[in-house]
Design a protein around this ligand. Structure first.
Ligand code: GUN
Ligand code: ZN
Length: 442
């Protein structure tokens, strides 16, 4: 493991974070014939083949991927692994969907065997879709994250996850007291945070399932463990927003509920943010909080359209999220394709550079991990996806008619899915190969 290795192919990444989407074309790097050297699971260098070939000692194994495009591993900033088995549930919007499908499904995760089987299945799904890092919700049960962390540790993935915290407005089997929630969460942080590449995220589900006492507990834990992440939902659905107003009339709005308890901040990631007031955008920016944009979920549940322009104007970092099981795919290419359409409906021109940014370096920034993952800068962890841009006859035809990398990548994003994920590598090691035998569904 982790010896020196070299990969030749076409490389695409975004070299630095930006404040404005117009700067992304400049920040984008495409090396048509490139050579990457990986040493100890980290990137030592990325050069053109011509520059690098002479410095390549003959003893180093070289993998060659002609006709492929190699990009940094995709980062999923919001996903619920215990909803994998209920993806594509028909007919309802958020609150009804939670009661009808989500809570019954999540109730099964008290069983560690079920959680373990689903953890393996879920991580396989991430890898077969080119996703190498994710910020993940468990269920209220400690077993759900114990098994997920163990499975991610085994795969050496950079994964952040947390046990859901909730003490009201859900079926009794999914509720806990604030004291229990604190005790179990504390134990999980001590056990898993910073173990290998793993990180812990405090995970209050959302304001309606949280009493003021529970949110106080979350705030105390966040102060006690300032290095852990926080993930929750914010301003997804109009009925949800009205409900929060009824439950917390003394607060100035939905985000103010979280902000009041000290839950905003640099490592806080709020999913959705579809119906924010101006002052809420300002609060997210002032606290350096980040957003997970989940286009397939927002369309599937009829929740609304995320406004990318406003996120840039406010200066809030945005990463994409699959939000499975409300989201309808684990695949970043499909998710970005839907993001493009969400933008189109608002007359916002989402460039392919910006789209890939939100799935790689921009997503890393949203998770405060831009120094570690997200592009091929020297010293970063060598998580990457080898994309086949022409996996079908139609894609091949379209690629042949693409005049430059912009057009080819855009067509790949719009037409792409899991058939385009040729190989996924974790710290340089092969973690998924198209055509490999797959674990059967549990
Ligand atoms: N809000 C609270 N819980 C959930 C969830 O599981 N999925 C989505 N999309 N929104 C939520
Ligand atoms: Zn969610």
């Amino acid at each position: 493991m982790h010896s020196i290795k070299a990969i030749r192919g076409s490389f695409f990444d975004i070299t630095h974070t930006v404040q404005h989407p117009d700067a992304l074309e400049q920040a984008a790097r495409f090396i048509e014939d490139g050579l990457i050297i990986i040493d100890g699971g980290k990137i030592r260098s990325l050069q053109t083949w011509e520059e690098g070939r002479n410095q390549l000692p003959p003893s180093i194994p070289l993998s060659n991927f002609p006709d492929k495009i190699i990009v940094p591993g995709f980062i999923d900033c919001h996903v619920h692994y215990p909803q994998t088995e209920m993806i594509g549930a028909w007919g309802s919007q958020l609150l009804e969907w939670l009661n009808q499908y989500t809570f019954p499904t999540e109730s099964q995760y008290h069983c560690a065997d079920h959680a373990a089987a689903m953890s393996d299945f879920f991580l396989d799904q991430l890898l077969r879709n080119g996703t190498t890092s994710a910020l993940v919700f468990g269920t209220v049960h400690a077993a759900s994250v114990e098994t997920l962390f163990a499975a991610a540790f085994q795969r050496n993935m950079r994964l952040i996850a947390g046990k859901v915290m909730m003490d009201q407005h859900a079926p009794p089997a999914l509720l806990e007291t604030p004291a229990q929630s604190e005790h179990v969460t504390r134990r999980l942080i001590e056990r898993w945070h910073n173990k290998g590449r793993l990180g812990y995220a405090l995970t209050p589900r959302f304001a309606p399932t949280s009493s003021p006492q529970l949110l106080s507990v979350v705030g105390e834990l966040k102060r006690e463990y300032p290095d852990v992440w926080l993930q929750t939902h914010l301003s997804e659905n109009p009925q949800e927003i009205s409900w929060v107003q009824e439950l917390y009339p003394e607060r100035e709005g939905y985000l103010d509920v979280y902000h009041h308890y000290g839950l905003t901040g640099h490592k806080s990631v709020f999913a959705h943010c579809l119906h924010l007031e101006d002052k809420e955008w300002q609060c997210l920016a002032a606290t350096r909080s980040a957003i997970a944009f989940c286009p397939t979920s927002n369309l599937f549940l009829g929740s609304g359209l995320f406004n990318l322009q406003k996120s840039w104007n406010a200066g809030v970092a945005v990463g994409i999220g699959s939000d499975v099981g409300a989201g309808t795919t684990f695949n970043a290419l499909e998710t970005l394709s839907e993001a493009y359409k969400v933008a189109q409906l608002q007359h916002y021109r989402l460039s392919v550079y910006e789209a890939f940014y939100h799935a790689t370096l921009g997503a890393a920034q949203a998770l405060a991990l831009e120094g570690v993952i997200g592009n091929f800068a020297a010293g970063k962890e060598a998580d990457m996806v080898i994309l086949d841009p022409a996996a079908t006859p139609l894609q091949r035809l379209r690629q042949q008619n693409g005049k430059d990398i912009h057009e080819r990548l855009f067509a790949l994003m719009i037409l792409g899915d899991d058939r385009n994920i040729y190989q996924t590598r974790i710290q340089g090691e092969i973690a998924w190969q198209l055509g490999q035998e797959e674990r059967p569904a549990p």
